[in-house]
Design a protein around this ligand. Sequence first.
Ligand SMILES: Cc1cc2nc3c(=O)[nH]c(=O)nc-3n(C[C@H](O)[C@H](O)[C@H](O)COP(=O)(O)OP(=O)(O)OC[C@H]3O[C@@H](n4cnc5c(N)ncnc54)[C@H](O)[C@@H]3O)c2cc1C
Length: 402
Amino acid sequence: MNFDLEPADVAFRAEMRALIRDLLPADIARRGRQGFHATHDDVQTWMRLLNARGLAAVHWPTEYGGTDWSPLRKHLFQIELRAAGAPVPDQAALELVGPVICTFGNAAQKAQYLPAILNADTFWCQGFSEPNSGSDLASLKTSAMRDGDHYVVNGQKTWTSEAHKADMMFALVRTDSEARPQAGISFMLIDMKSPGVSVRPIYTINEGLSVNEVFFDNVRVPAENLVGEENRGWGYAKFLLTNERTMSAETPHTAFDLSMVQEIAAAEPKDGRPVIEDPLFAARLARFEIDLIALEATVVRVLHMGEDDPGLNAAASVLKVRGSELRQRIADLAVEALGDHGLAVFPDVEGQDNMDVLAPVPPAPGHAAGWLSRAMFRRATTIYGGANEIQRTIIAKSVLGL
Ligand SMILES: Cc1cc2nc3c(=O)[nH]c(=O)nc-3n(C[C@H](O)[C@H](O)[C@H](O)COP(=O)(O)OP(=O)(O)OC[C@H]3O[C@@H](n4cnc5c(N)ncnc54)[C@H](O)[C@@H]3O)c2cc1C
């Protein structure tokens, strides 16, 4: 990809590429390049190696462990991480709750939670969605009633990614049921080991386990776990959701996938010749590459927009819509390039939680591993992080004035 980088940025990118190559353990890189889910141990090992270099959360403010790099350099670093096969870190912690605590948390919360996130001592999950409150999030019902120096939490969250592994949840809870919906919500940090918290797995179409239902039955949460002010949680959530949508462009991941599909298409035969020589497939791959370059250019443009830019919200929605569609398209292209091998579901022997329900390794080349599973799971990319229909409505209202 050509970003027309300044020579100093080209040198920075080369420096980061070499640093990551030297720092990333070979076995972790190998698993990462196979595209399997990173294990808890791999994520923790890698986060700690990065943290020792001050590189665990380069996008955070410098006083909390971030860097003073330009937005472009932070992005280049992400591209190099993905290209090297580094494990995807705990995004709920680093991308979502971390910046909220940096911005709205008190001194005690910053001291308690931020270093533990940087060193991967605690893993987090996001407790926003409920059975009847997804797109219409402000209608959420999980309640938190003040009782002395605690809140008592009752209700249910759903689709909670990684709740089965998380130490902590950041949750939206209703602290005022009389006020208008948005004005009665608070942002709370809940220890997942608290008595009364139970987690039930939801197995997805690819037979993987990443999402869960979480139930709260009279869970006592210390009042000091409230972030910011009571009933102001909706504002903090909006700040967080904009970050989530920017993140969900996921261009570093898609660029990595594209390189893998190019390798597959050069290796897999179709009618006696490599798939890449099929003009129709080659044209679709080229179209995909152009779309990815265009999205990457938009990401870089958005990274340079000021935090107060009125266009930021709509831009984040554009990134979410295009990024999630490309995530789906590249996985579909991989399965197609693989031909019959694309039908094989591989057990994720080193990362999956439910190996026992998966079939044994099928007779297919290693580069086929995981693609069918990924293509199925990625139906979810246009739903999570705010469904694309909702993003389109935001774009229609704020950009097109409809
Ligand atoms: C794999 C996965 C992981 C997730 N991880 C998390 C997580 O970690 N934490 C968390 O809190 N949530 C998580 N979610 C939940 C996710 O944020 C919600 O699924 C999403 O916001 C949609 O809400 P819903 O499922 O209730 O669907 P609904 O809101 O019921 O929507 C159903 C359909 O109706 C459409 N629709 C709804 N309202 C409108 C409207 N006004 N205009 C046009 N169309 C509309 C939607 O676009 C969608 O197609 C995850 C979801 C998935 C699939």
